[in-house]
Design a protein around this ligand. Structure first.
Ligand code: KIV
Ligand code: ZN
Length: 521
């Protein structure tokens, strides 16, 4: 018997490109935003919050292009409770097949104090702005920011005003990650019971993970009647992040017996999106992260392995294939050809054009010469590095480091704007010595904010993936690279970040956010 049709449908609202991207350091380039939006659309996300159009020229451009390209998803832009914000938002999303305006204002006592509005003045502002949005767009979502710390009577009052003014989705944000499951459910239940017209709108939940309860809070809200979950891939977002899409979607799938709600997500696309978001944001996924962590399907201990070999259900509650993890363990080596590489990548959910494949194949051969067995993770790292290699102003030509107990130094040749330049330097360790060479050959004021190394696979011949985050004049970029030589990977990641910074400089700051959604006056 097919029970799906009887289930309540929960809408998945992805805000990776808005709430996720505004996390310091997670800034994505224009092309990366378009790529992630296309993948979300393909995965079946119901609503994509593509950005905050008034924040910067870059945000506006990205939201408009995503709106034009979207095939099925509703495309939503965020705006504060100000008429020019809402107009700008509409300008960006109006070409979407299915546009949505999302507007919000902070309603808790602490947030009301910022624009210095009393309760009545704020209520009036909500009526005015939601009505304005509704005159522009049929689909309007309204959020009382910091709802979970707003007086319940006032929350009911403002939600009623927003519904009367034409909002069809009411989103309840737990802005500071303060609520807990019972309270999250209570709020939704109370709004549904007390607010006239509540049955005519969709209630949505938007949770932050400051106390590690975002997934539990979102699911509790659904059980109480919310029918939209706002979330991000990998839980990307400010501070401890937002509700992770993969967690709520897989929880609803795996525990459908006790939470009989369906989503429209093609879960087999989860892993590829997780990898792409990690790569473009520079926020790698912790190994033990639920659902998409590297260890999520690893069964290391002897007892577990024995159990899993006899019956996978002994210790596994979901199948790796359900999230798009390839179960085939075919390892490529130096004799593998281009067709084998293409088919392996396809199995990993990665489809490349002929030129890209050619480029990845050269890198694969080079790696296979140095490393006996090339695993899935190695290939993913190769693809991610290859994707950004373009018309770069800086590149590494040669590096030699000396390290050991008697001091560390580096000799380097870099190509800077077509010209070869060489130098030598010392430092506190080989990476520091090599980075000092980069600074000598290409002097810059960018500050190093993050330097992170991870081994792609096990073994001493493993590739290292390195992320380097640089900050300059409010611009933050992340560079990444992979190599079996950790120092080479580090220098390439540093140079990658510098190249990205140079591209942003060239755009005279158009990607820089001039306004934050927290400027609520
Ligand atoms: O966390 C929050 O309150 C938000 C709103 C703008 C919806 O992200
Ligand atoms: Zn948020």
């Amino acid at each position: 018997m097919n029970t799906t049709s009887k289930q309540d449908r929960v809408l998945i609202f992805d805000t990776t490109l808005r709430d996720g991207e505004q996390s310091p350091g997670a800034t994505m380039s224009h092309e990366e935003k378009l790529e992630i939006a296309a993948l979300l659309d393909e995965m079946g996300v119901d609503i994509i919050e593509a950005g905050f159009p008034i924040a910067s020229e870059g945000d506006f451009r990205a939201v408009s292009e995503i709106a034009k390209n979207a095939k099925t998803s509703v495309i939503c832009g965020l705006s504060r409770a100000q008429l020019p914000d809402i107009d700008r938002n509409w300008e960006a999303i109006k070409h979407a097949k299915r546009p949505r305006i999302h507007t919000f204002i902070g309603t808790s006592p602490l947030h009301r104090a910022i624009p210095n509005l009393d309760m009545d003045q704020m209520a009036e502002r909500i009526h005015q702005t939601v009505s304005h949005a509704r005159n522009l767009c049929e689909d309007v979502q309204w959020s009382p920011m910091d709802a979970t710390r707003t007086e319940r009577d006032y929350l009911c009052r403002v939600v009623e005003i927003a519904i009367k003014a034409g909002a069809s989705t009411i989103n309840i944000p737990d802005t500071v990650g303060y609520t807990a499951p019972r309270e999250s459910a209570e709020i939704i239940r109370e709004l549904l019971e007390r607010v006239p017209g509540a049955e005519t709108v969709v209630f949505s939940t938007h949770c932050h993970n400051d106390l590690g309860m975002a997934t539990a809070n979102s699911l509790a809200a659904v059980e109480a009647g919310a029918r939209q979950i706002e979330c991000t891939i990998n839980g990307l977002g400010e501070r401890a992040g937002n509700t992770a899409l993969e967690e709520v979607v897989m929880a609803l799938k795996v525990r459908n017996d006790i939470m009989p709600y369906s989503t429209g997500i093609d879960t087999t696309k989860i892993m590829n999106l997780s990898r792409r978001v990690a790569a473009v944001s520079g926020f790698s996924v912790q190994f033990n992260k639920a659902v998409v962590g590297k260890n999520a399907f690893l069964h290391e201990s002897g007892i577990h392995q024995d159990g899993v070999l006899k019956n996978v259900e002994t210790f596994e509650i979901m199948k790796p294939e359900d999230i798009g993890l390839n179960a085939d363990n075919i390892v490529l080596g130096k004799h593998s050809g281009r067709a084998a590489l293409r088919s392996k990548l396809k199995g990993l959910g990665i489809e490349l054009g002929d030129n890209q494949l050619k480029d990845v194949f050269v890198r694969f051969k080079d790696l296979a010469d140095r490393k006996k067995e090339v695993y899935d993770e190695d290939l993913i790292a190769l693809v991610q590095v290859a994707e950004d290699a373009g018309a770069d102003r800086l590149s590494l030509k040669r590096l030699r480091v000396v390290c050991g107990t008697e001091g560390q130094s580096a000799e380097m040749t870099m190509v800077v704007d077509g010209e070869e330049k060489s130098c030598e330097s010392t430092g506190d360790g080989p990476v520091d010595a090599a980075f000092n060479c980069v600074k000598q050959l290409f002097p810059h004021a960018a500050r190093l904010q993050l330097y992170q190394v991870a081994a792609v696979t096990e073994g001493t011949d493993a590739q290292a993936t390195v992320s380097v985050r640089l900050a300059e004049d409010g611009r933050i970029v992340t560079g990444s690279s992979a190599d079996t030589d950790t120092v080479v990977a580090s220098v390439k990641a540093y140079i990658h970040a510098l190249n990205r910074l140079l591209v942003r400089r060239g755009k005279s700051g158009s990607d820089q956010k001039e306004i934050s959604y927290k400027d609520v006056s």
